[in-house]
Design a protein around this ligand. Structure first.
Ligand code: PMP
Length: 353
């Protein structure tokens, strides 16, 4: 007898590299180049290590309260998890149980098909159009019968933001499925679909502290939905692992939310850098969709994506590149500090001469 046939096999998601060398200009995983809010440091400095003896609050109440206050959403309409990856994974497990396929774009966050494989949920991808826009009407249930919808807005890795009015149409045209809107990059110039949770009981809006709140390492994600959706997710979560959020993440997450001025300044700095880098990359012969995120998805008119990826890497500048259909010539470049971007542009200017 062999156990092999009972093993849950899955091809895992491959995250961007986390190199140990601190000299590397790290523009490959869309982290924030600035530190978290000063209020977070205060909590860290004053944290009592003896408290780690205790289990954390399974409800992560302090964090949920802070999110509730900031976004003006009742606490029972908020779910928190270990990064938005955890929140999304729990949402799949909770809502995507139909034998009809879950649908998402062909070019999008590459975890979406992994969760479908992991949970043995059928799925179908819908191709982006030639400009990398999501053909949203194809996501209406009458056009593609489905057991769930997941859309990243802005979409990754392309960076394009779809207006909330168009997202609303997708939600309205999928009354019998849960529609997840993954807003990991919403704070860099997009507009959240959050207000729609009052109107639609099939909408889950997911966000993260990893990008705009500079806390990727603390692993904090959250979701908004109607009371019923959140209750269903919590029932699954509490059947899986009660103590997902650790004590430092709960405390520091709540502190980060309290410093709105710092948050807004950080986002504004990244947006300013992004807009400047757009101009400079264009002058060097790059083109890209109009990003509303903290990254650019850029392609050079003459030099291949792979060559540029390797050339940058030799200079200790890490960006992301996928050897995949349609996107093999693109680099996904995270917006770093002005100084980091100057170094990258300086090198490209010389290299492309
Ligand atoms: N959604 C999208 C579109 C992402 O790019 C990422 C980052 N890899 C995530 C979700 C997950 O981020 P985190 O788990 O750090 O919140």
């Amino acid at each position: 007898m062999s156990y092999e046939k009972f093993v849950r096999t899955v091809v895992p998601y491959v995250p961007g590299e986390q190199p140990k060398d601190k000299d590397i200009i790290k523009l490959n995983t869309n982290e924030c180049p600035y530190p978290p809010a000063p209020a977070v440091k205060k909590i860290l400095d004053n944290m009592n290590y003896e408290d780690m003896r205790l289990y954390s609050d399974p409800e992560a109440s302090k964090l949920v309260e802070a999110i509730s206050c900031y976004y003006k959403v009742p606490e029972d309409q908020i779910f928190v998890g270990v990064g938005s990856d955890d929140v999304l994974s729990m949402a799949y497990l909770t809502f995507f149980g139909s034998d009809k396929p879950v649908i998402f774009p062909d070019i999008t966050y590459s975890f979406y098909d992994v969760w479908a494989e992991l949970y043995r949920v059928p799925y179908k991808t819908i191709p982006l159009d030639d400009d990398f826009m999501i053909p949203l009407e194809k996501f209406y249930s009458e056009n593609t019968p489905n057991g769930g919808v997941i859309i990243a807005n802005p979409n990754a890795p392309v960076g394009i933001f779809e207006p909330v009015s168009k997202i609303e149409e997708v939600v309205a045209h999928n009354k019998d499925s849960v529609v997840i809107v993954d807003e990991a990059y919403i704070d860099f110039g997009g507009e959240s679909a959050l207000p729609l949770i009052e109107k639609y009981d099939n909408l889950l809006v997911v966000q993260t502290f990893s990008k705009s709140r500079a806390m990727a390492g603390m692993r904090i994600g959250f979701a908004f939905g109607c009371k019923k959706l959140i209750k269903y997710m919590k029932d699954v979560k509490f059947s899986f692992n009660s103590y997902t959020m650790n004590i430092p993440s709960i405390e520091m997450g709540a502190a980060a939310i309290s410093d709105d001025k710092y948050f807004k300044e950080t986002c504004a700095k990244i947006v300013n850098t992004r807009e400047r880098v757009k101009k400079e990359l264009s002058e060097l012969g790059f083109s890209f969709p109009d990003s509303k995120t903290n990254f650019l998805f850029a392609k050079h008119e003459k030099v291949s994506g792979e060559e540029l990826f390797n050339a940058l890497r030799e200079q200790k500048i890490f960006v992301r590149h996928w050897n995949k259909d349609r996107i093999g010539d693109y680099l996904r470049i995270t917006i770093g500090t002005d100084e980091q971007m100057d170094k990258m542009i300086g090198f490209l200017r010389e290299y492309l001469k």
